[in-house]
Write a protein that binds this ligand. Structure first.
Ligand SMILES: [Zn+2]
Length: 135
């Protein structure tokens, strides 16, 4: 950076498939559920999206380029560990996070007229946008 203040905005979006018997972690919090989100790490889509938003705003790559699923990133690693790594990289490059918002979309794994559970789920408030402030 040049010493002048520069405001950048990043947008991160992530999605993982539901998987039986996998812990569900959202925003670093383990949620009781029979199914979690598949992934090389803990599959925490909220933290992954935040990481991609931060990296995108700083033009420093994306989560897949920094933490590939080729074995160099420990399987099942907490996404908060990845976020801490990214925070260190950003700080080292002179960036400071001012604000982060997030939105969560929840959809049924399967949809269609032959799936009444999916139809019922689509009519619940769980399918509305949840928005909170991190900092
Ligand atoms: Zn992800």
């Amino acid at each position: 950076m040049t010493g002048e203040e520069e405001l950048r905005i990043g947008l991160g979006v992530d999605a993982h498939a539901l998987e039986d018997g996998v812990p569900l972690v959202l925003g670093g919090v383990r949620v009781e559920s029979a199914r979690g989100l598949a992934g090389h790490s803990d599959g925490d889509v909220i933290t992954h999206a935040l990481i991609d938003a931060l990296l995108g705003a700083a033009d420093m790559g994306d989560i897949g380029s920094l933490f590939p699923s080729d074995g160099s990133t420990p399987p099942g690693v907490s996404s908060l560990v990845l976020l801490e790594d990214v925070a260190g990289r950003l700080k080292g490059a002179g960036w400071q996070l001012v604000n982060a918002d997030w939105a969560r979309y929840t959809i049924a794994a399967t949809t269609g007229p032959n799936n009444p559970a999916a139809a019922a789920a689509s009519a619940t408030p769980a399918n509305t946008i949840a928005k909170s402030r991190f900092w």
